[in-house]
Design a protein around this ligand. Structure first.
Ligand code: KIV
Length: 272
């Protein structure tokens, strides 16, 4: 259990807003299955994101685009069963909300009904305003996501830092204010200059959670496989690794293979 998590009450969207107003940083991490979600929740995580990064780290795709709504619901259902305290937010996958607001609402309703998660996340600003509003109208909390939005990788052409130029930075600030105004409960800012992210966090009242957006925001999110060192092929500057699980797992598996081959496993006590 984290030393910071004495409060065992369920985390709600309202409590995140309270955390921002009293200056308490919000910790968010991705999870995609029951067992890891349970461990992460028990450690005291505030928000668990069932990210469409599942497409990369669970399914082995190069981008987040291929993952389907059915697959996101499968991951979300597994995560929700392992979580008691954290707020569970689920990404609406590419192609499930950009077409029109009716489609967005139908997708968000499926996630809420079938997985029992508590909120959805949607990438984009003014371009998807109608879709976000329609989802919000159904009483479904929405977390926004601006800056580097991986579902638009084919438009950007690169995973480089976004909003370095003034025009893009001003659009990002305007989008953040719009998302606040229409009722999003929080906002992810991905891979943008720290100074810009700090400005956004100061200018909106909703919590701003950063990934590669510096320390001046209201909270941080990382992809679980990256921070635990399971996926070592991804090393952006913003990533801090808290474990080297790929080495731990490799060593343990190699040890097991060796024990099987040398007939060391199972021994007499490990049989009936
Ligand atoms: O899908 C994901 O993991 C995300 C985070 C990187 C914010 O959207």
């Amino acid at each position: 259990m984290s030393t910071y998590t004495e409060d065992q009450r369920k985390v709600t969207t309202h409590r995140l807003i309270e955390m921002k107003s009293r200056g308490e940083k919000i910790a968010m991490l991705t999870a995609y299955d029951f067992s890891m979600a349970k461990l992460i929740d028990e450690a005291g995580m505030d928000v668990i994101l069932v990210g469409d990064s599942a497409s990369n780290v669970m399914a082995g795709n190069i981008t987040t685009l291929p993952i389907t709504l059915d697959q996101m619901i499968y991951h979300a259902k597994s995560v929700v069963k392992g979580v008691k305290r954290a707020l569970v937010v689920v990404d609406l996958p590419f192609g499930s909300y950009q077409g029109n607001s009716k489609e967005a609402l139908a997708s968000a309703i499926r996630i809420m009904k079938e997985s029992h998660a508590e909120a959805v996340k949607m990438e984009g600003g003014a371009e998807i305003r109608e879709s976000i509003e329609r989802v919000l109208c159904a009483g479904i909390p929405v977390m926004g996501h601006l800056g580097l939005t991986p579902q638009s990788i084919n438009k950007f052409g690169t995973y480089a830092v976004r909003a370095k130029e003034e025009a893009e930075a001003e659009k990002l600030v305007a989008d953040a204010k719009l998302l606040e105004e229409i009722g999003c409960f929080a906002l992810v800012l991905e891979k943008i200059p720290a100074q810009l992210a700090t400005r956004v966090a100061a200018e909106v009242s909703i919590p701003v959670i950063g990934i590669g957006a510096g320390g001046g925001v209201d909270g941080q999110v990382l992809v679980m496989h990256d921070m635990l060192g399971i996926n070592k092929g991804f090393s952006p500057r913003f990533l801090r690794r808290y474990a080297d699980l790929s080495t731990v797992i490799n060593d343990a598996v190699a040890h097991y293979i060796d024990d099987v081959k040398t007939r060391d496993f199972p021994n007499e006590k490990e049989q009936y």
